[in-house]
Design a protein around this ligand. Structure first.
Ligand code: HEC
Length: 171
């Protein structure tokens, strides 16, 4: 082996070692620390709240639109929104949301899910009176959970007038 070849081989080895060290530094996660875990926990809780709020924004939207569709006598559209509400209630349950130590997902399973199911069935029946009764129970479910979760200041009612000038609710 010539001296030049030996030097090249050693340089190559050093380069490879540096690469492995760099890859290790980049991809191996830092050892968890108490502070690190705390930051992660708080971050996760904040993210949970954000997605729970996203569900709430949509819940309110679909509940409003279900009433507007029903008032317009549009059974198919009413059923569409009732399904959306029920699906959303399922997501609140599956999300495993705990807000300020209160298991919101468990309350959703108890309070929202059965009422959303009843709403879906009432909407599918096309019977307006049955829908109105199921709707009132659903809205009471929203408010019951808000109270139990410490957000009683958020009170939901059936809308009186259309709030969506850009959408047609009649058939
Ligand atoms: C299982 C419990 C639960 C149910 C059921 C529930 N909510 Fe909520 N809702 C919450 C919690 C908790 C908050 C507060 C979340 C936060 O601020 O972190 C909230 C907040 C809200 C807000 C305030 C945020 C905003 O977008 O203005 C609205 C509106 C809302 N909910 C609408 C509804 C409607 C409409 C229903 C029923 C169709 C409903 N919620 C059902 C738990 C629930």
């Amino acid at each position: 082996m010539t001296r030049a070849l030996a030097v090249s081989l050693v340089s190559l080895l050093v380069a490879l070692l540096s690469l492995v060290t760099a890859l290790f530094a980049v991809f191996v996660p830092p050892f968890p620390t108490v502070e690190g875990r705390e930051v992660e926990r708080v971050g996760r809780a904040a993210a949970d709240e954000a997605t729970l709020l996203d569900h709430m924004v949509l819940m309110q939207r679909y509940v409003e639109k279900a009433a507007l569709a029903s008032d317009a006598g549009n059974a198919a559209l009413t059923a569409f929104y009732a399904d959306k509400i029920s699906e959303r209630a399922g997501r609140v349950i599956d999300g495993g949301y705990v807000v300020d130590g209160i298991d919101v997902s468990a309350i959703a399973a108890e309070v929202a899910d059965p009422r959303a199911d009843a709403l879906v069935q009432a909407a599918a029946s096309g019977d307006r009176a049955r829908f109105d009764a199921a709707y009132a129970r659903m809205v009471d479910g929203c408010n019951t959970c808000h109270k139990r979760a410490g957000y009683g200041l958020v009170r939901i009612v059936r809308p009186e007038a259309g709030a969506y000038p850009s959408q047609v609710f009649e058939e």
